[in-house]
Ligand binder design. Structure first.
Ligand code: FEO
Ligand code: CA
Ligand code: CA
Ligand code: CA
Length: 652
């Protein structure tokens, strides 16, 4: 009611101790259930999963993919959205030992030609799963076994290119002579979503799947396309020159013909994008190239305001890479907001808001302010040239700027970060949070990169770092703890203000800058979610993917929660970073041995929380996530649904 005081939100669970077991640990009064583990059939064409099931390409194409990562809740109708919905979820990469366990492992994993059917199966274990979930009698959750919405997108599914790069010479291939199509999405790590009801899946460690022997280009080196063997040797299934099979030859970008239309030299340039999926229709997915080309971790919409541009934040998860922001040319029309069940061309709305706009990269200054630097051909670089000139491109070549996004960002003077992972936005204040997970290549002074290619103009002007010097936003050398950064935009300007929200560390570390204790020590923050609870309040959830021994010797990867104070609330308490939020950070859940905890979403009523357990070592024992494994099991990445025994809202 008008004038009523809002009730301050506070966390009502007791923080849990660390744990190192083959089980998911949750606070007293909570339950955790395994849901849609890898290999769960999505329709009648795949058999039930079993310990000794021998996977085929066909079985895997009709089952939940492997290594669950980012995910999002899509309502089917508003009224039942907390009991029944579509989950869109990334399947980032694979555990070959688990996939091929019945026959003892992959064939010729280390040398020689891999069998086509095995490679097809592995390709089909990657990508995205869309599955209908429902809450059943008794409060447990299950998937709808034969839902017509259940479907897979794999690393072989045909997808369209859209935005500045589409149709350019950079992406013309034997498969797509006009440069508008490609096959597959790969290493989809974090995710995003759009206000118009689509899923965004983000291509992260895709360069490891391509090889290239000759005619190397600078963007290949910067992103890490190797001259050796691909991550799983998929390219070997193509056979030698006489039998080259396009289905797999596309993973080898070595030129074999006279022109780009004869081979797959440009295939890697059809990867590294934000990919838009309409989970309601299964229409052909679209790679939105305007949002940059690099190792995208995820993509998050900013605060939405009618009549203002739509904004997306996206980070490049590599050491000393950057944070980006895309600002749409089209202005937000609330009539375009998602209406579940409506017959709407959502990908046309994606084209409206994501194909035209300006991509910016962030510079974080030492005084706590920052600047968004435009990545357009006519932007002025640090040394006073145009970006097009500095990159050796035609004056209007926005596609070229996108292909060379990271080099363009160097030239503009962006701040190299400690591996940007997930972002989260408080929809009321518009404050943006982003995890910076760790950085083994950060030193006090920094050392310059040495590019190995010759004969390319870019290397003379690109900066790049072998190790980057510490800076205000990334102040720790050999950063093993990581940090969460937060910023606030200045309305109508390219300026912003920022501060470090919390530093990860072990409680006993000398550089435990946020004063963490046994009950909230963590390192390598990765997953992040702002859980809006109304009244301008919310819970920030932090998930970890940690290898820092001072913390791993105490606990497996975990989920922590905090009700953040904004800067105005923290005024007058200048002694603590982020207004003292770290003191209120509480450990909520701990994953099983060997895993990382990633992916996060809630039902709209906040009574069910979904997280993903990726690459567990020996889990799950059954469908109770909290049951400790006895003996050894064929491990399966799984979604876990956490609920309160009394059916109440999570966390409060
Ligand atoms: Fe797939 Fe940056 O984690
Ligand atoms: Ca991962
Ligand atoms: Ca991640
Ligand atoms: Ca990570």
């Amino acid at each position: 009611a008008a004038g009523a005081e809002k009730t301050p939100l506070s966390l009502a669970f007791e923080a849990i101790r660390g744990s190192r077991t083959d089980a998911v640990v949750v606070p007293a009064g909570y339950t955790a259930q395994v849901l849609i583990p890898w290999g769960t059939p999505l329709n009648g064409q795949a058999p039930a999963w079993r310990e000794d099931l021998a996977f085929t390409a066909d079985i895997q194409a009709n089952s939940v993919g492997m290594h669950h990562d980012g995910m999002h809740h899509f309502a089917l109708d508003e009224g039942s959205a907390s009991r029944r919905f579509l989950l869109a979820m990334n399947n980032e990469y694979i555990d070959q030992a688990a996939l091929w366990a019945p026959k003892g492992g992959p064939t010729n994993a280390e040398q020689g030609k891999r069998p086509a059917e095995e490679v097809r199966t592995e390709i089909n274990a990657h990508g995205v799963t869309v599955v209908e979930l429902q809450k059943m009698d008794g409060g447990r959750w299950g998937h709808v076994a034969d839902s017509s919405y259940n479907r897979r997108y794999t690393s072989a599914t045909e997808m369209a290119l859209s935005g500045p790069v589409a149709g350019s010479d950079y992406v013309k291939t034997k498969y797509s002579p006009d440069g508008t199509l490609t096959r597959g999405t790969n290493n989809n790590c974090a995710n995003g979503y759009t206000p118009w009801g689509t899923y965004l899946t983000c291509e992260e460690n895709w360069p490891g799947y391509f090889i290239k022997d000759a005619d190397r280009q600078l963007d290949d080196d910067r992103l890490g396309i190797s001259t050796g063997r691909g991550r799983y040797g998929w390219e070997t299934a193509a056979g030698d020159a006489s039998e080259r099979n396009d289905e797999f030859a596309r993973f080898n970008a070595t030129p074999t013909g006279d022109s780009a239309l004869d081979d797959y030299r440009n295939e890697p340039r059809t990867f590294g994008y934000i990919v838009e999926i309409d989970p309601y229709t299964g229409e052909r997915a679209v790679k939105r190239t305007a949002l940059g080309r690099f190792r995208h971790e995820g993509c998050w919409p900013g605060k939405l305001v009618a009549g203002e541009p739509v904004v997306f934040y996206t980070g490049h998860d590599s050491r000393n890479e950057y944070i980006y922001k895309f600002v749409s040319e089209a202005l937000w029309d609330p009539a375009d907001a998602n209406r579940p069940g409506a017959d709407v061309d959502r990908l046309a709305l994606g084209a409206k808001y994501m194909d035209a706009g300006t991509l910016y990269v962030a510079r974080f200054d030492a005084d706590g302010s920052g600047e968004w630097l435009p990545l357009t051909p006519d932007a002025e670089t640090r040394d006073g040239r145009t970006l097009a000139e500095a990159l050796g491109l035609a004056a209007d070549d926005q596609a070229g700027v996108i292909i060379h996004t990271c080099d363009a960002a160097d030239l503009m003077g962006a701040t190299p970060m400690d591996r940007p992972e997930w972002g989260a936005v408080d929809p009321a204040s518009g404050e943006v949070y982003m995890t910076l997970t760790n950085n083994s290549q950060r030193t006090e002074e920094g050392t310059a990169a040495t590019y190995t290619n010759d004969g390319d103009d870019i290397q003379e002007t690109g900066v790049g770092y072998a190790t980057a010097p510490t800076n205000a936003a990334n102040p720790r050398a050999e950063n093993e703890g990581g940090q969460v950064i937060r910023w606030r935009e200045h309305a109508g300007s390219t300026r912003f203000d920022w501060e470090v929200f919390v530093f990860g560390a072990a409680a006993g570390d000398a550089d435990n800058l946020s004063g963490l204790t046994e009950l909230n020590q963590f390192a390598s923050p990765d997953g992040l979610h702002y859980d809006d609870r109304g009244d301008g309040q919310g819970i920030l959830w932090i998930e970890t993917d940690n290898g820092y021994t001072n913390v791993t010797e105490y606990t497996n990867d975990q989920v922590l929660a905090v009700v953040p104070q904004n800067v105005s609330q923290a005024e007058g308490d200048a002694s603590v970073v982020g207004g003292g939020d770290q003191a209120r950070l509480k450990r909520f859940a701990v994953g099983p041995n060997g895993c990382e905890v990633t992916g996060i979403c809630f039902t709209p009523d906040k009574t069910a929380m979904f997280i993903n357990i990726q690459h567990p070592g020996n889990w799950p024992a059954g469908d109770d996530a909290t049951a400790e494994t006895q003996g050894s099991v064929r491990p399966r990445a799984s979604t876990v649904v956490i609920q309160r025994e009394d059916g109440g809202r999570i966390g409060v």
